[in-house]
Write a protein that binds this ligand. Structure first.
Ligand code: C2O
Ligand code: CU
Ligand code: CU
Length: 473
């Protein structure tokens, strides 16, 4: 299987989702070490979950084409904005410069304009599953809702482990949208935005319930990307255990066996799944999850049904079907790629998540805030020094969950017993009424970047701050 089958699924006609991209028309490697990608954002009629929909696509696809690079490569993206509105690109999770022509979320590409992104990927960059999406403040949710998202894979150390390499690789970009009868995306009302919009339709790499074939006793490596605006996925594969090998920022030190996986917006996870059951069809289910009620504490708006996330029945994301010859099978390696614990922090900061009211309780002007301030791109909220390690505590006094994300540098979560989780993440769920502490080191890059809630409506409504990493000295 090759990249084509991934794309044909994106076009809604194929049956295979496995891929292993090497080169293609949009992605070329004329100069060794330079991955060159031609990317156009454009509105048009694009197949999605078996329907024709008027969406925003990258190269006319939802999700956009897969981009693949390796540590040490320079990723060069010739980007054309053919949308009727301004946009830009963010390379979610990549540890690259946030400045200049690299992963700069302050860039604005006007309609009809072009921009050449140039991202040197460090030679020690971890292999992992990343993704790309717009970061145009105020429009992020609407643009992602309309389809703008694409997988980015960096192949590194994890990918060189023979057992991992031997697995059949499948990427699922999870997107949701609500469409009108004539295929137009339906925009949420203000209450739905405050809750975080969730779509009536779920696409797994553009398809509704695609078939993933698995050999008896063979392994599938599932790369999952939550590219939905607000939806949390609580995934379970009928009668199968899941073995997580990678989190947002790359490999785990060892596989972790799970019966279900919670994937919040922005997060990624790589799962190994073995065809260890009697041959048949098994559903990858999305189980109900409540993201909590709106408002402070017990929720003054709880009665208004602000958060619709309490869907009572599981839905099917994809179906694993045993097919082909039996595989001789093998067991997973006990060790993957080590995760070095970060040193003790030199500073601790807290970030209180909240809402601020404009004029009137329910009227316009409702916004979201961090430490009482709504996002202002001209203000710097947090200044740190290159090379420092810090602990950030996200405090959520609200009734609803907020998945918090930091650009550029991944973090390690401080667990309740004070130890560090042996995983690199860049999005962490801060549950309603809860607090979460993460440890991060500001390595390699100076410049301005952002941290925000990855419920994209909350980000657009102001739950975002600016971090500046200053040179040492
Ligand atoms: Cu995936 Cu700033 O976001
Ligand atoms: Cu990001
Ligand atoms: Cu939020």
């Amino acid at each position: 299987m090759n990249r084509r089958s991934f794309l044909s699924i994106a076009a809604g006609v194929g049956t295979g989702l496995a891929f292993r991209a090497r080169s293609s028309a949009y992605q070329t490697q004329v100069v060794p070490g330079v991955v060159q990608v031609d990317l156009e954002a454009k509105a048009g009629w694009i197949p999605f979950v078996g329907r024709q929909a008027y969406l925003y696509g990258y190269n006319n696809q939802v999700p956009g084409p897969l981009i693949e690079a390796k540590p040490g490569d320079t990723l060069r993206v010739h980007f054309t904005n053919s949308l009727p509105e301004a946009t830009n690109l963010h390379f979610h999770g990549l540890h690259v410069s946030p400045a200049g022509f690299a992963d700069n979320s302050f860039v604005m590409v006007a309609p009809g304009e072009q921009f050449q992104y140039e991202l040197p990927i460090p030679t020690n960059h971890p292999g992992g599953t990343f993704w790309m999406h717009p970061h145009m403040h105020g429009s992020v949710a609407r643009q992602v809702w309309r389809g703008l998202a694409a997988p980015v894979i960096v192949r590194g150390q994890l990918d060189a482990i023979p057992e991992i390499q031997a697995a059949r690789e499948v990427a699922l970009v999870l997107q949701d949208v609500t469409l009108s009868a004539n295929g137009q995306p339906v925009e949420p009302n203000l209450m739905q935005q405050m809750a975080g919009r969730e779509g009536a339709l779920i696409g797994a790499s553009g398809s509704a319930n695609p078939t993933i074939s698995i050999q008896k006793d063979g392994w599938v490596r599932l790369r999952l990307i939550n590219a939905s605006c607000s939806r949390f996925y609580r995934l379970q594969l009928e009668e199968h255990d899941l073995y997580q090998i990678s989190s947002d920022g790359g490999s785990l030190p060892a596989p972790i066996g799970l019966s279900e996986l919670l994937l919040v917006p922005g997060q990624r996870a790589d799962l190994m799944i073995q065809g260890s059951r009697p041959p048949g069809a098994y559903r990858l289910l999305n189980l109900p999850y409540s993201r909590g009620a709106m408002g402070i504490g017990t929720g003054m708006m709880g009665g208004m049904g602000g958060v619709a996330a309490l869907a009572g029945t599981p839905s099917t994301i994809a179906t694993f079907v045993y097919a082909g010859q039996a595989n001789p099978g093998f067991s997973l390696p006990q060790k993957l790629v080590p995760v070095q614990p970060l040193p003790l922090p030199s500073q601790t900061r807290s970030f209180v998540l909240g809402q601020s009211m404009g004029s009137g309780m329910m009227g316009g002007g409702m916004s979201f805030a961090i430490n009482g301030r709504t996002f202002d791109p001209t203000r710097i909220d947090t200044q740190v020094r290159l090379g420092d390690t810090e602990e950030w505590e996200f405090i959520n006094p609200m009734g609803m969950d907020h998945p918090m994300h930091i650009h550029t540098n991944p973090f390690q979560v401080v667990q309740s017993d004070g130890s560090l989780e042996a995983a690199w993440r860049d999005v962490v769920l801060v549950p309603g009424g809860g607090r979460v502490r993460v440890r991060t080191a500001f390595q390699d890059f100076t410049g301005k970047l952002v941290y925000h809630c990855h419920i994209l409506d909350h980000e657009d409504l102001g739950m975002m701050g600016v971090l500046e990493i200053n040179p040492q000295g």
